[in-house]
Design a protein around this ligand. Structure first.
Ligand code: GH3
Ligand code: MG
Ligand code: MG
Ligand code: MG
Length: 300
């Protein structure tokens, strides 16, 4: 994951001179987007997801306060860092802006060096926050979502499925005879095989909302929102077949001459288990069955 790329700054101001001055200041180092009113600011923010917004407060039609309120109300833009930049320079204006959730408040007329320094400082904080989020959510070996991330997403998708009545499918994948693989080929080779399996699982998913996470050791969990059992089973079977197609030799397997996986899956629908741990247990039980009945298979 690269955190060092150019960052995007959206400048929203109804005054063309302000837009021009700020744009000239920021352009050498950042990608600059411009908006001349609140409506445009919201549209560009949603479309480009900038790292930072320099937001004028006094604008006709929709003021900066309203823009900030609407940014926060939309999950996609809720966490974008906003700096107010305003001609309203009284202490209570500044305090009010910060209370509303702006990260900073710059009064006009602004000093160019100070604007640059504050923007640089906030962009650095955005970068650090992204790195922390990555560390908190991504498994270092496989680059899949980690268990913590899975738990968060699973809980949210579970609630959503219960509310909407839409199905939610979940599958557990476990590498067959992986202990023997490590014993035979060594732990570093085991790590490489695990990474290849993880990549194959992730690239076998078909929708943006689908999630592959490393649940533990050599166990991967797949979460398929809005997916009926038959369709989910097909996706998981394709992933398992693609893992066999990697043709990773496994002489010590006892199942096949190449690395294989077993999977158990379950689907939540109106008549299905009551809690998210019951759905998970159902998948786990079916994984156990797949193992017991010979491995290299999917049970649903
Ligand atoms: P089964 O077919 O029943 O799943 O047999 P198994 O040998 O895969 O199952 P078991 O749970 O007994 O062993 C899992 C092995 O996976 C043991 C452990 O050393 C290995 N493993 C877990 N995490 C990692 C890892 O990050 N890297 C490597 N190389 N091996 C791992
Ligand atoms: Mg203005
Ligand atoms: Mg296991
Ligand atoms: Mg295993």
């Amino acid at each position: 994951m690269n955190f060092a790329g150019t960052q995007k700054v959206l400048v929203a101001d109804d005054d063309i001179v302000n837009r021009q001055v700020l744009s000239d200041l920021l352009k050498p180092e950042h990608t600059v987007l411009l908006a001349k009113n609140g409506e445009q600011a919201l549209e560009r923010a949603a479309r480009h997801l900038p790292d930072l917004i320099l937001l004028d407060v006094v604008m006709p039609d929709m003021d900066g306060y309203e823009v900030l309120r609407r940014l926060r109300a939309d999950a996609q833009t809720a966490h974008i860092t906003v700096i107010f930049i305003s001609g309203l320079g009284r202490p209570e204006d500044e305090a009010n802006g910060l209370k509303m959730g702006a990260a900073d408040y710059i009064s006009k007329p602004f000093n160019e060096t100070v604007v640059m320094a504050r923007v640089a400082m906030h962009l650095q904080m955005v970068r650090q926050r992204r790195m922390l989020e990555h560390l908190a959510h991504v498994d270092g070996l496989t680059e899949l979502a980690n268990r913590r991330r899975f738990d968060e997403v699973y809980e949210a998708e579970w609630q959503r499925s219960r509310r909407s009545g839409r199905p939610l499918s979940l599958a557990l994948l476990d590498i067959d005879a992986f202990k023997q693989y490590n014993d035979h080929y060594g732990h570093p080779a085991g790590d490489r095989a695990l990474r290849a399996v993880a990549r194959t699982a992730a690239s076998g998913l078909r929708r943006p909302a689908d999630l592959a996470a490393r649940y533990g050791g050599e166990e991967i969990v797949l979460l398929l929102p809005d997916t009926e059992a038959a369709q989910a089973q097909q996706v998981v079977s394709c992933i398992c077949a693609a893992i066999v197609d990697l043709q990773i030799p496994h002489e010590a397997s006892g199942v096949a001459p190449v690395l294989t996986v077993s999977a158990g899956g379950a689907t939540l629908n109106s008549a299905a288990p009551e809690t998210c741990s019951e759905l998970f247990s159902a998948a786990d039980t079916l994984l156990y069955q797949a193992k017991k009945s010979g491995r290299n298979r999917v049970e649903w």
